[in-house]
Design a protein around this ligand. Structure first.
Ligand SMILES: Nc1nc2c(ncn2[C@@H]2O[C@H](COP(=O)(O)OP(=O)(O)O)[C@@H](O)[C@H]2O)c(=O)[nH]1
Ligand SMILES: [Mg+2]
Length: 256
């Protein structure tokens, strides 16, 4: 049977209470995609919103057939990203925050020919070519403390694991999101943790990032919860939860 033609790019947008920020971002993505000569799809994944996120996304999708909207009841950015990435069909699959705090034009640095044998390409707001526009010093400091803890306890080698823009090629996406367990903000760390263990080639792209004070994250609550998730990631690893899917018996709980 002939395989269905895949788009080159899937853009997966987790969206929670984004009725205001999502439509202008979808417009900018649309403008960008019109300029490109490749096929793309956009998947908006909404869960737990109490506003009109689903309605505004569906309204946009009606006039833009490459846009799909998925909804779920249970909240969690990690959960939304997993669902969207596994639903995606693209050869390259990009996680993209709904606030588009990175200019969409920079997405080309996450695609060939800039990607050269890399499986995972993550945006970073650290390094001499990166810029953080408008971020208050205390927010950057909290980010640096989180990064220090992450490096100490979970994954080394990355100055910014938490930026909301990351590309996975199809092979890495199907593998990593297939075993992802974290439903909260620890999912980035989990994916990078497993990616490193698997020997995937990971590249960092330094971006210009625009701070937006409007946030769906709870500054203290989410930072503390991150510690719980890091502990869960390490425990999952020791219990073999992240074993490659083909070799794992379906849905068998590890014996404690
Ligand atoms: N689907 C979904 N998306 C979420 C959830 N929590 C956060 N997000 C999305 O994650 C992205 C990052 O959130 P944002 O508020 O910009 O966080 P910040 O930039 O870290 O302050 C946005 O696209 C949010 O809509 C959630 O529970 N479900
Ligand atoms: Mg943001």
């Amino acid at each position: 049977m002939a395989e269905e033609k895949r788009p080159l790019l899937s853009i997966v947008i987790p969206a929670h209470n984004e009725e205001a920020r999502l439509p202008p971002s979808l417009e900018k993505i649309d403008d960008f995609l019109r300029e490109q000569d490749f096929d793309a799809e956009v998947i908006v994944v909404e869960n737990g919103s109490v506003d009109r996120t689903v309605e505004v996304a569906e309204e946009f999708a009606r006039t833009h057939p490459y846009v799909r909207v998925i909804t779920a009841a249970v909240r969690g950015k990690g959960l939304a990203v997993k669902v969207g990435m596994l639903e995606a069909r693209g050869e390259y699959r990009f996680i993209c925050d709904a606030d588009l705090s990175m200019r969409i034009e920079e997405l080309v640095y996450f695609l060939p020919p800039h990607v050269n044998g890399h499986d995972v390409i993550i945006a970073t707001r650290e390094g001499k070519n990166a810029r953080r526009v408008g971020e208050p010093a205390y927010r950057h400091l909290i980010g640096r403390i989180n990064n220090f803890i992450i490096k100490l306890t979970a994954v080394r080698g990355f100055e910014d694991t938490q930026c909301g823009f990351k590309m996975f090629n199809r092979r890495a996406a199907e593998d990593l999101f297939g075993v992802q367990q974290m439903t909260g903000i620890g999912f980035d760390i989990e994916l990078l943790f497993i990616a490193k263990k698997r020997g995937y080639r990971i590249k960092e792209v330094q971006i210009t990032w625009y701070f937006d004070a409007d946030s769906r994250m709870r500054l203290v609550g989410d930072s503390l919860y991150l510690l719980v998730e890091i502990w869960q990631i390490r425990r999952n690893w020791l219990r073999g939860v992240y074993a490659k899917r083909e070799t794992r018996e379906p849905d068998r709980q590890p014996v404690v």
